[in-house]
Write a protein that binds this ligand. Structure first.
Ligand code: ADP
Ligand code: ASP
Ligand code: MG
Length: 454
């Protein structure tokens, strides 16, 4: 059971989470928690301030975080327990201050120290949630995620090492379950084999929960968040987005990958490997059935299950005048991206040119310089990928025509359909996202199959 930031954002939210866990206690849950809502953002701000030498700024933000956690703890715990727990929290926040002072003194922030700062969010929330659960009669036991989620040392987006993790789960989590305890662990964070804290990418607590669920062979993985499950599109863009009752692993994975923030893109990989159903549920409305993500979803009358959009995309156009007709051109291009460890999302090719999209990041000028040795290169940021996902695309005639005629006045820069057979993906200007998504949503979901959508 994974509780996201808003599901542990304050004392009231943590009490709701306790009640939800209580209702499942016979099924031997393991609990994974995020940092309290917005805490990771504030820790990023802290780390950056310290890295810029702004010691007081960094310590000021940390002071706010300290107060917020003390307040929640005092509301959740009886006076006796609070006094004891307060000194434990104090130790953590003193260590954070110490770290920030160190960073400010050096005036330099490395990915490694960033991870150390960020790890405090989940380190502290998991302690607080464990204490609060115990105060509510749950046999909760804290598990240090840094002992269980073993990763490589690619700081800020470390890759989990599954064999090591499964050994650690067998050592630290399974015995607790056997003793009838409820293990509670922070998501998002891990550590290298030598114990240096790492993080697995923003929004990564979903992924942590799936790794743990797959590692212990759980019957299901529950992602508790602040909406009634996965919706037909981002409810912030379309308030009338419908709840998807059931969706396949493949469809949900495409949606997560192409921007549906409700699930971290990697979440479904461990679940697919072990065929464990994933449920997306609302901690503010636990009676709602949410979304069930399973290997095979039932048939659906609509061609699509949902629309996702991913902003902050850069298009890279590579034109191969010099290598016209030569083989090995694509290989040479992809080797450049590989060397820079940069993932490519959408690709479209012609005889002499290749267009690709990548997440906007600092490495693009360096990549373009390397590509420039092979061909002519142009790149342009502020683009967005829009992705319509559904297994019915395969068999439905005229779907693409319907998509593009609904947005016929929009400048579409790239189109891709086919690779996974379950999505139609195209690239537009970032500013066009709201109107494009709204128009497509009203085109395809005005009538929604009641067997699949709510
Ligand atoms: P948590 O802190 O629980 O991990 P997130 O903020 O990461 O929660 O994800 C939940 C949010 O994802 C929702 O509040 C919603 O605004 C956003 N979201 C984007 N696309 C979708 C979608 N297709 N379905 C549901 N929520 C979505
Ligand atoms: N706290 C982390 C973040 O905000 C991880 C998560 O919430 O999933 O990115
Ligand atoms: Mg999230």
């Amino acid at each position: 059971m994974k509780f996201g930031g808003t599901s542990v954002e304050d004392a009231a939210a943590i009490m709701r989470a306790a009640t939800i866990v209580q209702s499942r206690v016979a099924e031997q849950p393991v609990v994974v928690v995020s940092a309290m809502a917005k805490v990771t953002d504030q820790l990023v701000a802290c780390a950056n301030a310290a890295g810029n030498g702004d010691r007081e700024g960094a310590l000021g933000i940390a002071r706010g975080l300290r107060e917020r956690h003390y307040t929640a703890a005092s509301e959740l715990l009886g006076t006796g327990v609070f006094t004891q727990f307060h000194s434990e929290l104090e130790g953590e926040f003193d260590a954070l201050d110490e770290l920030l002072r160190g960073i400010a003194a050096v005036g330099e922030l490395t990915p490694r120290t960033t991870d150390n700062v960020l790890s405090f969010g989940e380190r502290i929330s998991s302690k607080l949630v464990t204490a609060a659960f115990s105060a509510r009669g749950l046999n909760a036991s804290l598990v240090d995620a840094r002992q269980c989620i073993v990763t490589d040392d690619r700081h800020t987006r470390a890759t989990p090492l599954f064999d090591e993790i499964n050994d650690a789960l067998a050592e630290y989590v399974r015995p607790l379950l056997e003793r009838g305890r409820v293990p509670v662990m922070g998501g998002f964070i891990g550590a290298t084999q030598d114990g240096t804290p790492t993080t697995i990418g923003r929004g990564g607590s979903d992924f942590s929960a799936a790794i743990v669920g797959a590692g212990i062979g759980a019957g299901r993985i529950e992602i508790w968040t602040d909406v009634d499950g996965m919706k037909t599109t981002d409810p912030n863009l379309c308030p009338d987005a419908r709840r998807i009752k059931v969706i396949s692993f493949d469809e949900a994975a495409e949606l997560a990958y192409f921007g549906a923030k409700v699930l971290h893109p990697a979440t479904l990989l461990p679940a697919i490997q072990k065929n464990i159903p994933v449920l997306v549920l609302n901690s503010r409305n636990p009676k709602n059935e949410g979304t069930r993500i399973v290997a095979r979803a039932p048939g659906c009358k609509n061609p699509f299950k949902a629309i996702a959009a991913k902003k902050r995309i850069t298009i890279v156009d590579v034109v191969a005048t010099r290598m016209l007709g030569a083989h090995g051109f694509l290989k040479a291009i992809f080797e450049v991206f590989d060397r820079h460890r940069c993932a490519v999302d959408v690709v479209s090719t012609s005889e002499v040119s290749v267009s690709l999209t990548v997440d906007s990041n600092e490495a693009i000028p360096a990549i373009a310089a390397d590509l420039g040795k092979l061909a002519e290169v142009k790149y342009e940021g502020r683009k967005a990928i829009v992705c319509l996902v559904g297994e019915n695309i395969r068999g439905t005639r005229g779907v693409a025509a319907k998509v593009f005629s609904a947005i016929s006045d929009v400048n579409v820069r790239m189109i891709s359909q086919g690779a996974s057979e379950i999505n139609i993906t195209f690239v537009i200007e970032e500013d066009d996202v709201p109107q494009v998504v709204q128009r497509l949503h009203s085109t395809f979901f005005a009538e929604a199959d009641p067997a699949v959508f709510d």
